[in-house]
Design a protein around this ligand. Structure first.
Ligand code: F6R
Length: 645
């Protein structure tokens, strides 16, 4: 949550920062702000409530000169989303400016101490406390900025990724992290700083991932030179030339990393595997629609090198290297949040069916705060698209302390969760930019299904025929999703009928009960229509009271195990005049006759039906939200990466 961007080098910082903020807007969009040191040495801060576009309008006639700057897009935690609480924040003397992602838990105590010393506060944020503390430390301990930041951070309880500008050090950009992500991009005597690599990718593919409790100081000679020469506008092609000059690979003289206790660290430069085209809409009106339509390809990518249909085999290196841990596991605990938790629920059905290991699926936020019994022979599977979800990270930490083996399923390469796990599997679907998760979900289900099959085969708890049947069918899934996507136009048409609704119920059974919950989550988060996902048979125990002519009920009813029971549930809804939208298997006769609308999916193995049934539900939510005029990619109050607890 909250996006951080920084730049120091030879170019004008402002356009780079604004572009970076647009890329990071998915992390929060309550307010945005920028701080720049201009060639005259003035530290200017501009902020605006709302999205980055509001900031651009506000700053249009301001002095945005300078080749060093920091910028922030906020998801509010402390203090309402207004201009005063927007980042960057000045220190008391207005010599320092800070941006921050995270929460300073002991900010009230620190603030009271600073107020006693005569410091005044303009905002309600925890962030302002931090910049004041840094300045106070620097002034009273007579230390340089780096030391002041180190000493201040030693007093902080909580999570942070920060970037600090000091107008008395205009060729230095300073940053630090604990619990919130931070990446440094290495150019040629220019450096980029960001919460993730998306604002960096078009300038360089060399990055350093900052670790917890590290402080990084970035210095550019270019800033000094240009201060005397005046700032030049360089085009990106210029960067390409600079990069291909040779001999510069791995160079990072301007980067100094220490811990907050001043232990020197050697910067480790990694190569970025991300392309610019992955960050663009590619002709689609929204990222969400692009990502829904990408699923045949993303699932092919997820399975590449793992599912070998010709040899009827699945090879998952994270499993192969740690086979014994899985085979000896008495229990598997799955921990995740939101959509990733729904993928975990589907995995529970698959792992118990194929590997016959008891599975518990836990919301990370609950798991970490009760006193869970975790044994050394438990395997904990953490699922996270972003790899940065604070509660899931904390749940992993807890399980690690108890000696459990941690296997993570993650999309963002190099994120915190895979780095603290013992092993894992990347989903490789590319950046997911729409705040509502779509392609990450189906890839998580595929990864977890592959894992369940690997364990089941190795343990001998599933028949060879069943294993082979599912492996072959996995290979067919991308084409079958393509067929479901072919119904997009029809779904868009009937979606218009349902924009009046205040409430929706989604029903499903077995493998498709979590799909019902996922469909309901998609609808509520992007269209703001209240929706609940229920196991179909539970309807009689309460929710049926809600059914009326006004109530749309989405029933996920593919032709598998409990099909007849679900048909009875649909009859019960129709008897009460409910309006039914049903997802059925191609050729279905029964449900098609009684439902108001049906969407067909191709037949497949029962455990793989969620990969097909979820697609119409993603499309239905998308089209309803579009017709209602909602901001599909950036729904209100949400953020893509939940780095606060
Ligand atoms: C819903 C959604 C969220 C995330 C949840 C976990 O569409 O995107 O519910 O699934 O915040 O995020 P990750 O998977 O990044 O840990």
């Amino acid at each position: 949550m909250c996006g951080i961007v920084g730049y120091i080098g030879k170019r004008k910082a402002y356009p780079i920062l604004i572009k970076g903020l647009h890329r990071l807007e998915y992390r929060g969009y309550d307010s945005a702000g920028v701080a720049l040191i201009n060639p005259e040495g003035q530290l200017n801060i501009y902020k605006a409530k709302g999205k980055v576009a509001e900031l651009e309008t506000y700053a249009a006639d301001k002095d945005t000169d300078g080749c060093i700057g920091i910028a922030h897009t906020r998801w509010a935690t402390h203090g309402e989303p207004n201009t005063v609480n927007a980042h960057p924040h000045y220190s008391e003397s207005e010599r320092l400016a800070i941006i921050h992602n995270g929460i300073i838990e002991n900010y009230a105590v620190l603030k009271a101490g600073l107020q006693k010393e005569g410091y005044t506060f303009r905002s309600d944020t925890d962030t302002e406390v931090l910049v004041q503390l840094i300045e106070y430390t620097q002034v009273n301990r007579h230390v340089d900025l780096k030391t002041a930041v180190q000493l201040a951070l030693q007093q902080v309880v909580g999570a942070y990724a920060i970037a600090v500008l000091d107008k008395d050090n205009p060729d230095t950009l300073l940053a630090a992290r604990k619990g919130s992500p931070l990446v440094v991009g290495i150019g040629d005597d220019e450096y980029f700083l960001a919460s993730d690599a998306t604002p960096i990718v078009e300038y360089t593919d060399k990055v350093i991932y900052i670790e917890d409790e590290e402080v990084v100081v970035l210095r550019s000679e270019g800033v000094k030179e240009l201060r005397s020469e005046g700032v030049k506008e360089l085009r990106s092609e210029g960067v390409e030339e600079l990069r291909s000059e040779g001999g510069k690979e791995g160079r990072s003289e301007g980067v100094e990393i220490t811990t907050i206790n001043n232990v020197q660290k050697t910067p480790e430069i990694k190569r970025l595997e991300l392309s610019l085209s992955q960050l663009e809409k590619g002709g689609y009106p929204h990222f969400m629609l692009k990502e829904i339509f990408e699923q045949p390809r993303t699932l092919t990518d997820s399975m590449r090198g793992r599912v070998n249909v010709r040899q009827d085999n699945i090879a998952l290196s994270g499993f192969i290297d740690n086979k014994e841990r899985f085979l000896n596991a008495k229990r598997i605990i799955i921990t995740a949040c939101g959509t990733s938790w729904h993928a975990g629920l589907i995995a529970m059905y698959a792992i118990e069916e194929f590997a016959q290991i008891p599975v518990e699926v836990e919301y990370s936020s609950e798991f970490r705060y009760r006193k869970p019994v975790i044994n050394k022979d438990d395997v904990v599977i953490a699922i996270s698209q972003s790899g940065e979800t604070a509660d899931t990270l904390a749940a992993i930490q807890l399980a690690k302390e108890k000696g459990a083996f941690i296997f993570s399923i993650c999309n963002v390469v190099g994120a915190s969760i895979p780095r603290v796990s013992d092993s894992g599997c990347y989903t490789h679907v590319g950046p997911e930019i729409g705040v509502a998760s779509t392609k990450a979900f189906t890839a998580q289900v595929v990864a977890l299904t592959m894992l369940a099959l690997c364990i089941g085969k190795e343990k001998g708890t599933m028949s060879k025929e069943q294993y082979l049947g599912i492996v072959r069918e996995l290979g067919q899934i991308p084409d079958k999703i393509e067929r479901v996507l072919g119904q997009n136009k029809r779904i868009a048409d009937f979606a218009k009928t349902f924009t009046y609704a205040q409430n929706f119920i989604y029903l499903g059974r077995g493998y498709n009960f979590p799909v019902a919950m996922e469909g309901a989550l998609k609808l509520k988060e992007i269209s703001y229509i209240h929706a609940e996902g229920y196991p179909a048979a539970e309807m009689k125990h309460g929710p049926i009271a809600l059914v009326s002519q006004e109530m749309p009920v989405v029933v996920v009813a593919p032709h598998c195990g409990t099909y007849e029971k679900v048909v009875s549930n649909i009859q019960e809804i129709k008897a009460r005049k409910g309006r039914v939208i049903a997802v059925v298997t191609e050729g279905d006769q029964l449900v098609s006759r009684i439902a108001d609308y049906t969407i067909e999916i191709p037949a497949t193995e029962e455990c793989l039906t969620p990969l097909l049934t979820v697609i119409p539900l993603q499309l239905l939510a998308y089209h309803i939200a579009v017709v209602k005029g909602c901001d599909v990619d950036q729904p209100r109050n949400l953020a893509k990466s939940v780095t606060v607890e």
